[in-house]
Design a protein around this ligand. Sequence first.
Ligand code: PLP
Length: 405
Amino acid sequence: MTFDVHAIRKEFPILGRQVNGRPLVYFDNAASAQKPLAVIEAMSSVMRGSYANVHRGLHTLANETTQAYEDAREAVRRLINARSVEEIVFTKGGTEAINIVAAGIGASIQPGDEIVLSVMEHHSNIVPWNFLRERRGAVLKWVEVLPDGSLDMESLGKQLSRKTRVLALTHMSNVLGTVPDVKRAIEMARAVGADVLLDGCQAAVNLSVDVQALDADYYAFTGHKLYGPTGIGVLYGKRAKLEALPPFEGGGEMIETVTREGITYNAPPHRFEAGTPPIVEAIGLGAAIQWLERQDRAAIGRHKQALLERAVAALHGVNGLRIHGLAAGKGPVLAFSLEGAHPHDIAQILDRQGVAIRAGHHCAQPLMSHLGVSATARASFALYNTLDEIDVFAEALSKARSMLS
Ligand SMILES: Cc1ncc(COP(=O)(O)O)c(C=O)c1O
């Protein structure tokens, strides 16, 4: 296997387009990644050739689509090295995956039970736990972030206690790019008897994830950042954990028997897949994973690190620019502030030069307040980005600097 970024780019049709008369430079990958033809065609092909509802029919199309849907589940299992496909629940996104766990655990939360979160969590890994604060009297405890953007393990040690029910932690920050030492964090949580949910929305595409080696109880991620479609996400849960977790939504497919007197629920994963699932989207995610399996992921990892290093070096050269988060081993996400310039203005000036970056609070307001800003600009890189694009970005940023100062 070799990695040739120019060959890869040809597989992503959108990368051929122009924006404002310039070749598109797409650096908004942490928000959502672009899709290769393999994904577009897999989704189109199922709708053209074999589409039917899953798990219900005894006819050929139903069987073919069910097979493709379950093959996608197996592809997800391989991606994160889960023990079995029963541990893989399809959801409509990373957000829903976290909500399933929070609501399920919430059913047995007592007032005063504690949920430990880090200050760098995405709102998706905060708000579902806040529901338990509002509805069940849970207490949210916050783990601090150090000045370089790394997770403060001492603070984690202080926040964990026998009252901790859950440690809910990102596997990679969508703002700082930080990859906390989650293995150590899980060991620490285990020592106090807490469950651990990892938010892998950024990590699933940027790291090699092994849920068995990590020993995470739950792992949530989303398809659309992994070169797959929107509308599909994954909840991994250890089999025993999922078996003990109450269902989230009620409806068809998630039951075993329904009588007038009572209902029994299906076993996981189907217990958590009420109603018709996102069939085509799951098949699209499966295609994205199979496509990634055909690439040299180690070479891709090195390529993204090279992009990050080039970008950090270029940004260091811009007057008045502050990078948020430079922890060792960080992922290819660069949030930054430019003195005297609003992040939205920076993003708009860059857009005029064909460069797509994000500006805002990135659904991480506790982190913004920790950083002392209300918003930042953010460039994030994917396997199809090139070193030349980093140079275009740096030049566009210098132009923004001179226009805004
Ligand atoms: C770290 C992190 N967690 C959770 C999410 C939510 O993912 P989704 O919007 O696909 O549900 C995101 C997406 O931005 C994210 O970056």
